[in-house]
Design a binder for this molecule. Structure first.
Ligand SMILES: NC(=O)c1ccc[n+]([C@@H]2O[C@H](COP(=O)([O-])OP(=O)(O)OC[C@H]3O[C@@H](n4cnc5c(N)ncnc54)[C@H](O)[C@@H]3O)[C@@H](O)[C@H]2O)c1
Length: 353
C-alpha cells in the first residue's frame, strides 16, 4: 500500500511504500521493500546490473554493451531496443513495474558528435517510449540516469545542482533534454521523478573498451603488462564514484520516502564524492594495485611506466559534483574510498585476464 503525506503547500509528498516489510541488503545496505516491482532499462550494463542484486527486478536491455552474465539467472531479461515503443510497452504490460530505473542510453560522447541522430533516437525517443509505457501502465516512480559531468562543464569546486547547465556535446544535450522530458511527464502525469546526475562512475563490470571508464581501461592495460596511455599532461581532474555506491543511490531513489520531493515535479540530485583525482594520480593508484596482484601471483616488479600522448581536444580540466542534496533527500553518501574501489576493480579484472 502506498503512503502519502502533504507538505506545507498542501502538495502530495510521496512517502514511498513504508507499510511493506523491509529487509536489509547486505552489500548495498539499503532498505528495500520485498514486494516492489522495479523495471531497470539498461539493466545488463555496468551500473544497472548492480541494481539487480537482491531486488525484484526485470530488465530491458538490447545487449549492445550489456551482457546477460552480469545478471542473476532469475532476473527476467527482455532483449528489447528502447527505440521500439511497441516492444517496450509490451514489456511494461507484462511486468507492471511500480518504479522504473532508466539506465539505457547511447553514452559515447564521440559517437554522439559523429551520429547526433542516433544519439537522439536512443536518448530522447527511447526515453519517451519508456515514459509513455510507464504512464500507460500506472507506474508511479521514475529514476533517470543523468550526468553531472556533461551538464556542468569545467568546474574546480564541487558543483551543486543549481550550477547552470552548459552541455556542449549531443550526448550532454540529450541528458539535459531527458531531464526536461521527465519534468514534463512528472507534471502532466503526477509521477515522482528523480534525475541522478552521476559524476565519473567506475568499478567492476565497466566496459574497458570504451572511451570513458579510465579505471577499467588502465586496469586492463596494466594487468596485460602494457603501459597506460595518458592524454597530455594528465592534469585532468575528475570525481570518481564507485558503481555499487551509485546503484545504492538508485535503490534509495526508487524505494525510499523522499523528504521534500513532491509527486508531479522533477528532483535532480548529484551523485559523486566531491573529491578530485587527476589522471596521473589515478594511474599511480591502479599501478600500485596491479603490482600487488602481480606480487600475489609470484611476479616481481610492476607494470611499465605510462606514456603521454597528445592532449584530447575539448577535454575538461576539472569536473566535480557536490552530493550534499542527495545526502538530505536520499540519505545517500559514498561509502567506498577511491583506493579501496580501485583495489576491488583491479581484483575483478585480474580474475578475468
Ligand atoms: N559510467 C559513467 O561514468 C556514467 C556517468 C554519467 C552518466 N552515466 C549514465 O548511466 C547510465 C548507465 O551507464 P553505464 O556506465 O552502466 O553504461 P553501460 O553501457 O554499461 O550500460 C548501458 C546499458 O544500456 C543498454 N542499452 C544501450 N542502448 C540501448 C537501447 N537502445 N535499448 C536497450 N538497451 C540499451 C546497454 O546494452 C547497456 O547494458 C547511462 O544512461 C549513462 O549515460 C554513466
Amino acid at each position: 500500500m502506498r503512503v502519502f503525506a502533504k507538505d506545507v503547500s498542501g502538495q502530495k509528498l510521496d512517502r514511498g511504500f513504508e507499510s511493506r516489510p523491509l529487509r536489509w541488503l547486505g552489500a548495498l545496505s539499503v532498505a528495500i521493500i520485498t514486494s516492489m516491482n522495479i523495471l531497470v532499462t539498461g539493466g545488463a550494463g555496468f551500473i544497472g546490473s548492480h541494481l539487480a542484486a537482491g531486488h525484484r527486478v526485470a530488465v530491458i536491455d538490447d545487449l549492445s554493451s550489456g551482457v546477460r552474465d552480469n545478471l542473476p539467472s532469475d532476473v527476467p531479461l527482455h532483449v528489447v531496443d528502447i527505440v521500439d515503443g511497441t516492444a517496450v510497452r509490451a514489456v511494461f504490460e507484462r511486468e507492471r513495474p511500480e518504479a522504473v530505473c532508466h539506465q539505457a542510453a547511447q553514452m559515447s560522447v564521440s559517437r554522439s558528435v559523429r551520429e547526433p541522430l542516433f544519439d537522439a533516437q536512443v536518448n530522447c525517443i527511447g526515453l519517451i517510449n519508456v515514459l509513455d509505457a510507464a504512464v500507460a501502465t500506472a507506474c508511479r516512480r521514475f529514476v533517470f540516469a543523468s550526468s553531472g559531468g556533461v551538464l556542468y562543464g569545467d568546474v574546480t569546486a564541487p558543483a551543486p545542482e543549481t550550477t547552470p547547465a552548459n552541455p556542449v556535446s549531443p550526448y550532454g544535450i540529450t541528458k539535459w533534454v531527458g531531464e526536461r522530458y521527465l519534468e514534463f511527464y512528472a507534471r502532466e502525469h503526477g509521477l515522482t521523478s528523480v534525475a541522478l546526475r552521476y559524476s565519473n562512475v567506475y568499478g567492476p563490470r565497466q566496459n574497458p573498451h570504451g572511451e570513458a571508464g579510465v579505471v577499467a581501461i588502465f586496469s586492463k592495460k596494466l594487468l596485460a603488462g602494457e603501459p597506460a596511455s595518458i592524454n597530455g599532461d594528465g592534469r585532468y581532474v575528475r570525481d570518481y564514484v564507485y558503481g555499487v555506491d551509485v546503484a545504492a543511490a538508485n535503490v534509495a531513489a526508487l524505494t525510499r520516502p523522499l523528504p521534500g520531493v513532491c509527486a508531479g515535479t522533477l528532483t535532480s540530485l548529484n551523485i559523486g564524492t566531491g573529491i578530485g583525482t587527476d589522471v596521473n594520480e589515478l594511474e599511480a593508484v591502479v599501478r600500485a594495485e596491479v603490482t600487488r596482484v602481480r606480487a600475489a601471483r609470484g611476479h616481481a616488479g610492476g607494470p611499465p611506466a605510462p606514456v603521454h600522448g597528445p592532449a584530447r581536444a575539448g577535454d575538461l580540466r576539472s569536473n566535480l559534483v557536490s552530493a550534499a542534496r542527495a545526502a538530505e533527500v536520499l540519505g545517500w553518501r559514498p561509502t567506498i574510498a577511491f583506493a579501496a574501489g580501485v583495489a576491488k576493480t583491479v581484483d575483478w579484472f585480474a580474475d578475468r585476464v
